[in-house]
Design a protein. Structure first.
Length: 317
């Protein structure tokens, strides 16, 4: 579809004169766009050296820009004329509408006078009956009170009053029973709480007593264990001391045996020297008895003489 056919399609829903006006105003632009649509496709730049094609592309773009700006100006001009025409049409129509509607409404009121009177009566009756019935029912939407006969409404009103009284009495009984049940439940809870407190107290006392008894048993066991441990340590120390003493005696005995054997094998001079050392190493006690001390001093003197003489023998004096 070419450009001209497209324009014809776009304007086919208008009056012939209006469509013709639009086409005439845009005809020159249509012809120019048609020319450039074909001409532009011939300009294809594939190299930077194609300067003439680049120049043609610039000139064509600028010319198309001018056409586009001219199209926009034409559009604004035609639309302004159309808007002024539309506003004039709207103003005339509004004037006629404002003139006709009040007259039409007045005639409609006269036409529907009886209907309106009945509608007002029903609406007033609904308000009055709803005000009477509403205090006694839970949901007014269940009742079309305005459609009821007087007898039917009066029966409904009386029944609703009785039902409301019954509901109130039932609610009061239920509330009383609820309060009594709550009081009974609270009393039972208080009793259970007191009983639990007593049981906890007794359990705490028993636990305290058991802990004290256990602590006493633990202390007694600890004391017995400590005593046994001390006895065991003492016994072990005694056994160790006896073993060490026995080992020391045995070592001394073995040393004495070795010394005796050594002494027996040694020369006589050596034996005399060792005997001198034994005599010199004698320890003398200090006695309280004067007479015994005199005797002891004589012994000490004689032994000293013996040591002196033996030294003389050993040294050849």
């Amino acid at each position: 579809m070419n450009i001209q056919d497209k324009i014809n399609t776009l304007t086919e829903n208008l009056e012939q004169s209006e469509a013709l006006t639009i086409r005439n105003n845009f005809q020159a632009f249509i012809a120019q766009a048609d020319v450039w649509e074909k001409k532009a496709l011939q300009i294809v730049v594939t190299d930077a050296n194609q300067k003439e094609l680049i120049k043609q592309a610039r000139e064509g773009r600028l010319e198309l820009k001018n056409i586009r700006v001219a199209v926009e100006k034409t559009r604004v001009k035609l639309k302004e004329e159309s808007l002024r025409k539309g506003k004039t049409i709207d103003a005339v129509a509004k004037f006629l509408k404002d003139l006709i509607e009040p007259i039409e409404s007045h005639l409609e009121l006269q036409e529907k006078f009886v209907e309106n009177q009945e509608r007002e009566r029903i609406a007033k009756l609904k308000v009055e009956r709803s005000a009477l019935l509403e205090p006694y029912v839970i949901n007014m939407s269940f009742y079309n009170v305005e459609q009821m006969t007087d007898e039917a409404f009066n029966d409904l009103l009386e029944t609703s009053k009785l039902a409301c009284i019954a509901r109130k009495e039932a609610a009061e009984r239920a509330e009383k029973e609820r309060i009594e049940a709550e009081l009974a439940a609270k009393a039972e809870q208080d009793r259970i709480k007191a009983e639990n407190e007593r049981l906890r107290s007794e359990a705490a006392e028993i636990e305290k007593k058991n802990k004290a008894e256990q602590a006493a048993r633990d202390a007694e066991m600890a004391e017995e264990k400590a005593k046994n441990f001390a006895l065991s340590l003492a016994l072990d120390a005694k056994i160790e001391a006896e073993k060490q003493a026995a080992a020391k005696i045995e070592a001394e005995r073995q040393a004495a045996i070795k010394e005796q054997e050594k002494l027996e094998k040694a020369p006589d001079i050596q034996k005399i020297k060792q005997f001198i050392e034994v005599l010199k190493g004698l320890q003398y006690p200090t006695l309280k008895d004067q007479l015994l001390q005199v005797y002891l001093n004589e012994v000490m003197y004689k032994i000293a003489e013996i040591v002196k003489n033996l030294n003389g023998v050993v040294n050849g004096n």
